[in-house]
Design a protein around this ligand. Structure first.
Ligand code: 4AD
Ligand code: MG
Length: 431
């Protein structure tokens, strides 16, 4: 008898197969017992009739508690009323392990209760759907760059200095060398990669000791960062919009059942097609003023401001040329206006806020050194980075996409904590 997964049942109609999984639910009606088995690829109902199995097997039903592990043998039957389209007429069953009383029941639980049991919560249908969408997004990210001639050059996680401001650094002792910091972004190394390989990306976990306790912030999150030699800000925006369209359309095509489980309104995602609107920071400020918001030129856009700006559009909006003073040291100033940086943030629709941050990089040695000094960053730690401006410096650009914010938006979630298997936040380091 072949061992199969629920997702492959369509290939075995009329055949006798064996499934392994956990008990999702059960009920009985007269001489029939119904068992819902989930195996990670789907859920299928097994129908066990008295007489169709040995009496001892039929009795096993009573021992099966929620989340007990077991195997079911039976004949696959097509049934259009069944959730997955198939049912199993059970001929045999074996219990592998009888679960103790499972803490997560179909009733409502508070989010902290569930977060404390994240290792079990992942088994729930909703979390299962989110993880499947996350994986598809990550695959789309890799496919997108791999299919376009980018080389993956991963950046180190232990680094000697800050990349995105000194206020959110996680510090750790590092042998005789003093302190190391968990990386906030792989960008500086990706720039070195781009000078060696032209088009590169790095993709890994990044860390920010964020004091912000918002629905958009984690202390550990995944970021993908492409970096391209000879790309200017416009090229960077072209790349970002093609990239986002590709991700969203891949998920829509391949994860429709999961989006349905999540009750996501997919019509909003269908709009995510190029070209995306591009507005300057100045225009964004005008939008805020028209809405009666007393926003002062020079400030960074806050979460609420981002929501208000994005409400004007039915797809992601690219806001470019922010005041240089609120952006990172490595961003190139606009030759047409030294007050603004050649930066771009991509704001997701529906109030999800910034999902991409990027820029054209300062490629002039003297200007970059001046920025490093202005921001009181340690020169020694950036000497290697300055080499990129000493030896064949070229215009170049890149950006970083936060995976968790992207998952949150595409799944339509209230909080990023559900977008990663084991979230890390100021108040949460477990499980
Ligand atoms: O805008 P950020 O800080 O940009 C950088 O780190 C650049 N070095 C990237 C680059 O140009 N290569 O972060 C990029 C993205 C944000 O737009 C957001 O999606 C995500 O990373 N992000 C966070 N996600 C979750 N929790 C946090 N605390 C995040 N901080 C940033
Ligand atoms: Mg940013």
């Amino acid at each position: 008898m072949s061992k199969v997964y629920v997702e492959d049942l369509s290939k075995h109609v009329g055949q006798e197969v064996r499934l392994h999984g956990w008990l999702y639910n059960k009920r009985s009606s007269g001489k029939i017992r119904f068992l819902l088995l989930r195996d990670g690829t789907g859920v299928v109902q097994g129908v066990m009739a008295k007489g169709a199995v040995a009496d001892a097997t039929f009795e096993l039903f009573d021992q099966l508690t929620q989340e007990s592990s077991f195997s079911l043998s039976g004949k696959v039957r097509k049934d259009d009323r069944a959730p997955g389209g198939f049912e199993l007429d059970v001929t045999g069953m074996e219990i592998i392990h009888v679960a103790k009383e499972y803490p997560i029941t179909p009733k409502e639980h508070g989010v902290e209760f569930l977060a404390d049991r994240r290792h079990l919560w992942l088994r729930s249908a909703r979390q299962h759907a989110i993880m499947r969408v996350r994986h598809r997004i990550i695959k789309a990210i890799r496919d997108f760059f791999d299919d376009r001639g980018f080389t993956l050059v991963d950046s180190p996680i232990l680094t000697p200095a800050a990349c995105e401001g000194t206020s959110t650094l996680f510090e750790t002792p590092y042998f005789d060398l003093g302190s190391a910091f968990l990386t906030q972004s792989g960008q500086l190394y990706a720039e070195a990669g781009a000078m060696a390989l032209g088009k590169v990306y790095c993709f890994g976990p990044t860390f920010r000791a964020e004091k912000s306790k918002t629905r958009r912030h984690l202390t550990e999150f995944w970021m993908v960062e492409p970096e391209v030699a000879f790309n200017d800000l416009n090229d960077n925006m072209d790349l970002a919009e093609e990239f986002l369209e590709y991700i969203v359309q891949s998920v829509l095509r391949d994860r429709a059942p999961e989006l349905k489980t999540l009750e996501r309104d997919v019509t909003k995602l269908q709009n995510v097609k190029r070209p995306f609107p591009r507005v300057s920071y100045d225009e964004a400020v005008e939008i805020l003023h028209k809405r009666g918001i007393a926003f002062e030129w020079g400030n960074d856009l806050g979460g609420t401001d981002e929501t208000v700006v994005s409400e004007n559009f039915d797809r992601p909006v690219m806001v470019h040329r922010y005041p240089a003073a609120v952006k990172a040291f490595y961003m190139k100033r606009d030759p047409a206006n030294a007050k603004v940086a050649l930066a771009v943030d991509v704001l997701a629709p529906e109030g999800y806020g910034e999902i991409i941050g990027g820029s054209q990089r300062e490629d002039d040695y003297d200007l970059l050194l001046a920025r490093i000094d202005e921001q009181k960053l340690p020169r020694e730690a950036f000497d290697w980075y300055l080499d990129l401006r000493r030896f064949g410096s070229v215009p170049h650009s890149g950006f970083g996409l936060g995976v968790e914010r992207t998952v949150s938006w595409i799944c339509g979630l209230d909080h990023v904590r559900e977008t990663i298997a084991f979230p890390r936040m100021i108040y949460r380091l477990t499980p």
